[in-house]
Ligand binder design. Structure first.
Ligand code: GDP
Ligand code: MG
Length: 370
């Protein structure tokens, strides 16, 4: 059956049926606990309540056994990974451009940035910050659905001359569901109609209490247009990152998450990955989702070829056997044979799963609910 009753799903998630009904109502789907919902809606709910769907595959287990947690003493500080969210036209793209522009190290390569799905800036005090270049909630949500939580900090952009809009609320909900700390950037303060205080007050209604309202969510007034407040925003990100004590072991074989991937006419399958831990090097053999490969080249966000990429660094990888999916994890393995074996195994598993799920079965689907 492609459907499940709200109550059944609630039971499996160990949540109250009434809470699910409420969430569905907020999603414009008025149902009762005994009514059924389809799989997509069920997935949305699972995501809304912050449950991870654990994909169980022997090959995954196989590999994760070789990549247990790194010992405390090997961990080093790593840059924060930031996603910018907010309502359409509130200035996400402008803000990202401004942040990048203000911090692009001019000189070689003319400071020209290419689109690789993520980019890194270096602040005045030499701190690095990685920004995911896919504004909006879709990418964030999709990644989380696939079990990949790469974002450390969300910057919520709210236009000071507008207000809390539907996608603002959506962003707040997604961020809360993910348990990711938020910084509010009140944008467009250069506009004569700007009223940042009203934004702070309205945020209270959505249980976002910013510092200026005696809460603990940092808020910064900015203008992507004039550049006002950008330094403060960068400072706020740095402060939040410090609190999070983000660390990873750099001196080990790499594990990275695919941010985006496509088939490039000239270069073949290309994936932009974000290194979770370890250092990805040219020549490394790896498996990523159901694909295997060998790193032929690494290209940074400025289009420059580099030899290696450490934790939190976004980098384009060339040398894949096929196009992986966003959210897939790239794992470096000892040799090409092993990489091919695991990839092959996963492909078989995927085929089996598809067959088993022919009459799509939510029991299987949600077997790994936690
Ligand atoms: P997005 O949809 O959230 O990515 O928003 P955009 O970055 O595309 O911006 C929407 C519109 O607002 C564009 O016309 C921008 O030029 C304008 N805009 C963005 N930031 C500012 C700002 O700080 N001040 C002013 N006056 N306009 C801004
Ligand atoms: Mg935009």
């Amino acid at each position: 059956p492609e459907a499940i009753t709200v109550q059944e799903l609630a039971n499996r998630m160990a949540e109250k049926g009434a809470d699910l009904v409420k969430a569905l109502f907020n999603m414009d789907m008025p149902v009762t606990v005994n009514q059924t919902i389809d799989q997509d809606t069920a997935e949305l709910l699972v995501e809304e309540f912050g449950h991870n769907m654990v994909r169980v595959s022997a090959a995954d287990i196989d590999i994760s056994q070789t990549v247990e947690a790194d010992p405390e003493e090997t961990l080093r500080e790593r840059p924060p990974v930031v996603t910018i969210m907010g309502h359409v036209d509130h200035g996400k793209t402008s803000l990202m451009d401004a942040l990048r522009g203000a911090n692009v190290v001019k000189g070689e390569a003319g400071g020209i940035t290419q689109h690789i799905g993520a980019y890194q800036i270096v602040t005045k005090d030499k701190q690095k910050i990685t920004f995911l270049d896919t504004p909006g909630h879709e990418a964030f949500t999709q990644m989380r659905m696939r079990g990949a939580n790469v974002t450390d900090i969300v910057v919520l952009v709210v236009a000071a001359d507008d207000g809390i809009m539907p996608q603002t609320i959506e962003a707040i909900n997604h961020t809360k569901a993910a348990g990711v700390p938020m910084i509010v950037a009140i944008n467009k303060i250069d506009r004569p109609e700007a009223n940042p205080q009203r934004i702070r007050e309205r945020l209270l209604e959505h249980e976002v209490v910013v510092e200026q309202m005696s809460g603990d969510v940092q808020d910064v007034e900015v203008s992507a247009k004039t550049g006002a407040g950008l330094d403060k925003l960068i400072e706020a990100i740095g402060l939040q990152a410090e609190l999070l004590e983000l660390r990873a072991r750099p001196d080990r074989e790499a594990e990275a998450t695919v941010i985006e991937a496509q088939l490039d006419k000239g270069r073949g399958p290309v994936a932009t990955v974000l290194v979770n831990r370890g250092t990805l090097k040219r020549g490394d053999t790896f498996v990523v989702g159901t694909q295997s490969g060998r790193v032929r080249a690494l290209v940074d966000d400025k289009g420059k070829q580099i030899k290696e990429a450490g934790p939190s660094m976004p980098v384009e990888v060339l040398g894949l056997g096929g196009v992986p999916q966003a959210g897939d994890v790239l794992t470096v393995v000892e040799n090409e044979q092993r990489a091919r074996e695991v990839a092959e195994y996963r492909r078989e598993q995927a085929t089996e799963k598809r067959t088993a799920m022919a009459p799509a079965n939510l029991d299987t689907m949600f077997a790994g609910l936690n």
